[in-house]
Design a protein around this ligand. Structure first.
Ligand code: 5CA
Length: 155
């Protein structure tokens, strides 16, 4: 079956990295971390959540393990700037994707990215691929080269 337009875009960007990563589109919802974990039969911790924040109008992407909550005051102090959770419109404008399907790559604008160190405890993880029904599996160690992200403690 042909991928949706948004997932095709993600697949194209993944192919540029030559890691043999494949987007899969499922009948089941993968909109939330729990739904995604259920759909692919993995631990919730293996789901890579994509949380968009804004700091003085600049978007920031946090890739967070499905089992963790981002500690906003702590991370804000760590990074040294204020953090505000982005609303749906800002998120869509900056990433090109709707909440529930935001991939770690292929964004409409370049977005500084931070990676939850917990994700690296899992050899294999799953991330959203542009829609609330699409995901791809990857080695967590590849998240760094795919996104250029910086590993931090978000909890
Ligand atoms: N597809 C799954 C992972 S494979 C997924 O996208 N999960 S997620 O956690 O990254 O995306 C949902 C997240 O979007 C929620 O954890 C929540 O932080 C955020 N979110 C949900 N609704 C809103 C909203 N109305 N405004 C801002 N953020 C929201």
């Amino acid at each position: 079956m042909e991928l949706s337009k948004k997932s095709q875009l993600v697949q194209q960007v993944l192919e540029q990295h030559h890691l043999s990563l494949e987007v899969v589109e499922l009948d089941a919802s993968t909109r939330t971390a729990q739904e995604a974990a259920d759909a692919v039969s993995c631990e919730i911790g293996q789901i890579c959540k994509s949380l968009v924040f804004r700091s003085a109008g600049t978007p920031l992407l946090f890739l967070v393990s499905g089992k963790n909550q981002l500690n906003v005051p702590k991370v804000s102090t760590l990074l040294g700037f204020p953090l505000e959770k982005a609303d749906a419109a800002f998120t869509r404008e900056k990433t090109g994707f709707a909440i529930g399907g935001i991939p770690p790559v292929a964004h409409a604008t370049p977005i500084a990215t931070y990676i939850d160190k917990t994700l690296l405890e899992y050899p294999l993880i799953w991330a959203a691929a542009g829609t609330p029904h699409s995901v791809f599996k990857l080695e967590s160690s590849h998240l760094l080269s795919l996104t250029g992200g910086q590993v931090i403690d978000v909890t």
